[in-house]
Design a protein around this ligand. Sequence first.
Ligand SMILES: C[S@@+](CC[C@H](N)C(=O)[O-])C[C@H]1O[C@@H](n2cnc3c(N)ncnc32)[C@H](O)[C@@H]1O
Length: 357
Amino acid sequence: MCLAHSPVIEAYARETGLPPFAAALIDTLNKAASAMSLSIGHRLGLFDAMRGGAAETPGDLAGRLGLEERYVAEWLGAVTTAGITHIDAQGRYSLPEEHALFLGEDAPLGSMSGMMQWIGVLAPVEDDIMRCFREGGGVPYSSYPRFHEVMEQEGALTFDPDATLGLVEGLVRRLERGIDVLDVGCGRGRALRIFSERFPNSRFTGYDLGADAIATAREQAGGLGNLRFEVRDCMRMKDEAAFDLVFTFDAIHDQPHPAILLANIRRALREGGVYIAQDIWARTKVADNRDHPLAPFMYTISLMHCMTVSLAQGGIGLGAAWGEEKAFELFAEAGFGEVAMERLPHDMQNAYYVCRP
Ligand SMILES: C[S@@+](CC[C@H](N)C(=O)[O-])C[C@H]1O[C@@H](n2cnc3c(N)ncnc32)[C@H](O)[C@@H]1O
């Protein structure tokens, strides 16, 4: 058993003779609590406000954001003792520049504080999940009020339009000339919005089960005439040879029956069409994921969301860690004869499968 320790816990364990596993658990408790403070700082704009590195008092920071000083002071206590912000001899707080790179909505290198929101999204269904352990069944999407909002933010971290299109030679030229594109399980439609603005000659369609997600997708699409969204249960998708390019972004593993969906996608493709699936990268066997850098997060989010939403729809509960071996098997069964998997350097979480019939 090996869990990474913070230097403070290491020193405490050395001083007191605390057994290493107990020290690791204390460290885990501190870090889990810090995830909540990071999420709150993200959502309230505290990190974005502290960008620039100037030192200030809790009162100054609270005043600039119109927040309650007592709450801001306590939050600063949490994030400072966690090593995220700094306190000087005058009791003024600052956010080091190298930390600001990863924090807040405007984080230049991608918002890791945005990812911390998952803890707060999942925590409220703990009782429901425990009930499912005892009685079976699943927790439906409707039990997670902020799911689509946080998923959209995660997408901003992992979705790189150029890198995604670069997976298929000549794809940008085809999009420039004009083709039909489908995003299955599109959520709030961020990826399609970006593509439809860039390729006005192509036509873009997004399907999702979530009426709330589709309503937001339509609202955000504004007047883009080449972009449409539909509420659709893709288990029942009937499109035949209607699209030249199909995407799924993190939308296979949490389907009720991924094999049915993949067969539906295969049928929806025209001759010469291509399907690009971005999905969580893992190996299929737990034992092979012991050195996966995100494995505990991946299995926990699967337990608390991806697996259970599939089971809630009467599905098989494939889970986020379905893994590349299972993915190749399911793509082949669905009739994709040519499948290549790539990892992209900007995205530690996902694999990219390029599938052709
Ligand atoms: C993990 S989210 C990914 C959303 C989006 N592609 C993104 O990257 O932000 C999976 C999406 O699949 C949708 N979904 C799940 N089951 C579905 C079904 N049977 N038909 C259509 N969409 C479904 C969910 O509503 C959800 O928006």
